[in-house]
Design a protein around this ligand. Sequence first.
Ligand code: NAI
Ligand code: 13P
Length: 276
Amino acid sequence: MPGVALSPSIIAVSDMSWVGEASAVLVVTPAQFMRGALTSDMPKHGQPLILCSKGIEAGSHLLLHEVAAEANAGSPIAVLSGPTFAHEVATGLPTAVTLAAEDEGLANELAKLIARPTLRPYVSNDLIGAEIGGAVKNVLAIACGVVEGAGLGQNARAALIARGFAEMTRFGLARGARAETLSGLSGLGDLVLTCSSTSSRNFSLGMGLGQGKRAADLLADRLTVAEGAFTAPVLREAAAAAGVAMPVVEAVCDLLDGRDVGSVIEALLARPLTRE
Ligand SMILES: NC(=O)C1=CN([C@@H]2O[C@H](COP(=O)(O)OP(=O)(O)OC[C@H]3O[C@@H](n4cnc5c(N)ncnc54)[C@H](O)[C@@H]3O)[C@@H](O)[C@H]2O)C=CC1
Ligand SMILES: O=C(CO)COP(=O)(O)O
């Protein structure tokens, strides 16, 4: 974000030896690189790690707080997640977020560190719920982008948000999340944000797919990460392992794998009728 100054209380580093100076570490690498970043050259000073990335680790199906606990045993862990387009936060537009830690005392302490007049953290002790909301909504945002790109209308988008939220809730509950976290800022809040704006990289990736472009070409052109593209196949596997049906997530995987939009939408709509 050229032209936007970081607060002097935040130092951005790629040289991990600086980390010792910090009172807390905001971890912001793309989800699939978090284990590597925390394992490699990061000195272990035991400060709280505040995980800001959204995803599920490929292969292990672990949530990122579980990855961080393995990679950096002994550091207290918190998750910061919610409807937060970075450019809006950076320019001081009003924003509310979930700040979750198992130890609510730690969450309260970190909330005081992070809060600003226009940035309002709400604390929680449901790490699982906070992470699943953020990871799943990225995949659903791709689906909503497809609806936009393919010109399928606003009814379809609203249906996808509601049915996608049902999928998020089923998967979240199966993995131990609490329903009220999933319907809060880091779940439904972030889902609504990213499913309705081209500011979302996931939504705009979906728009390209909806216009018939190839996923590989769209991803090759990107300078920044669209996490949903990496989360989708992992989520499909993790949902199958948990015995949870996620048809919208499966449809996104099919599109990312190159199936054509028309046949994927047709198959989604042709599933047997069922109870809400
Ligand atoms: N940009 C946004 O509005 C928000 C982003 N997030 C999440 O934050 C995470 C990062 O997103 P952005 O900063 O927007 O992505 P980005 O793509 O702009 O930046 C990612 C950074 O990670 C670095 N990186 C890439 N591979 C790496 C590796 N192997 N090891 C260490 N560093 C590596 C890149 O050089 C880059 O500086 C994602 O999980 C995203 O979902 C969460 C909330 C809002
Ligand atoms: O997570 C985000 C906002 O909360 C950013 O969304 P995108 O990664 O889709 O741009």
